[in-house]
Design a protein around this ligand. Structure first.
Ligand code: BMA
Length: 349
């Protein structure tokens, strides 16, 4: 399998989307060669942020009515994770609600997941969707929708157990919603690739496709991979950050990778970096409830400048922010591109 030769004006790659001039931003530190650089005041959410919550991490944010809203993985003081809303004027200082996010089912009855973790938050047209890991006789995907961040309706679980890392694309493709997921077991899965499924109505899902595999030349993503923030539409493809996991004699290490998926058929990998773009190095990434984890779940981005702020969980304890730009990422992913044989659908010639 060969890739098209790369003849791309990476300086002119654009984000396709809204302007967001008020998003958090810091320029790349002088002299830095890093493709992604951290916010200098990380972590932006520390331990025990509000009464009853010990840690917040692996959480998602979005712009909403001139402010920023977040759906947070809040590890309560009994150790069980639930979803809590939060609000921020600048995307960095967050007011976290002390009550859990209140869900009702489609009949209007109260609905409370047994646990809820690793939420993603994605707007498609005029509706915001929260996808999280829920208890459906084991780890599975839960999904809910809201238009106003006041009432939240839980929809049917999209897939059978076991599954995690459900990531919706921010627009329909060929009339269908598109959802990435990582089929798994119910525990700390020692395997996993990213798949894609389509649905006309968010109820019936099919046209399942394999997107990309763990592995590659490097070892940082040798155990499993999983989708991260909602893919960002650009003029050359869907820019997607994801997590890759390696095993060590002292446990798993979670890093962040980057890939570009085909615009019309995102089950096809266009470019994939053989390197991680962020790996645990700072104290808040190396030290915490689970050491050595960076776990991206959301971005804010500005189509005018190409700026991207990545929100990631650090050491299952904190929320960090890191920055890059669309052209930095395109340059990097092309310069470090690798073809991974398994990124090709089995049986397809
Ligand atoms: C995974 C998920 C993530 C977590 C990671 C590291 O299995 O549970 O929420 O960040 O493990 O503990």
């Amino acid at each position: 399998m060969s890739k098209l030769s790369v003849d791309l004006d990476t300086d002119n790659v654009r984000i396709v989307g809204d302007s967001l001039p008020e998003m958090p931003w810091q320029d790349k530190p002088e002299g830095s060669e890093a493709p992604v650089w951290r916010h200098s005041e990380n972590p932006v959410i520390g331990r025990n942020p509000v009464p009853g919550i010990a840690r917040i991490f692996n959480s998602a944010v979005a712009p909403y009515e001139g402010r920023f809203v977040g759906v947070f993985r809040a590890e309560t003081i009994n150790g069980r994770p639930h979803l809590h809303l939060g609000w921020s004027d600048d995307g960095l200082a967050w007011d976290i609600e002390t009550e859990r996010l209140h869900l009702v089912d489609e009949e209007g009855d109260d609905y409370q997941p047994n646990y809820a973790y690793d939420p993603r938050l994605v707007r498609v047209e005029d509706t915001y969707y929260i996808i999280w890991c829920t208890d459906f006789y084991g780890a599975a995907l839960g999904i809910a929708q809201t238009k106003d961040f006041k009432s939240f309706v839980r929809l049917e679980n999209p897939f059978l157990p076991f599954n995690r890392n459900g990531v919706l694309f921010p627009r329909k493709l060929n009339g269908n919603y598109v959802l990435l997921s990582r089929p798994s077991d119910s525990g700390h899965t020692p395997f996993g690739d990213i798949f894609l499924s389509e649905s006309p109505d968010l109820v019936y899902w099919g046209k399942h496709r394999h997107v990309m595999s763990k592995g590659g030349q490097g070892w940082w993503q040798s155990v499993k991979i999983g989708g991260g923030p909602a893919p960002i539409e650009t003029t050359v493809g869907w820019l997607m950050f994801y997590h890759g996991v390696t095993g060590t004699c002292n446990g798993l290490v979670y890093s962040m990778g980057v890939t570009v998926l085909d615009l019309d058929d995102p089950s096809k990998v266009k470019y994939r970096s053989s390197n991680f773009v962020l790996t645990p190095e700072e104290w808040y990434e190396e030290r915490g409830f689970v050491p050595n984890v960076v776990f991206p779940c959301a971005t804010l981005h500005d189509a005018d400048t190409g700026r991207i702020a990545i929100y990631y969980g650090a050491a299952d304890t904190y929320v960090g922010v890191a920055y890059t730009t669309v052209s930095d990422m395109l340059k990097y992913v092309i310069a470090t591109d690798e073809v991974v044989a398994d990124d090709h659908e089995l049986g397809r010639m």
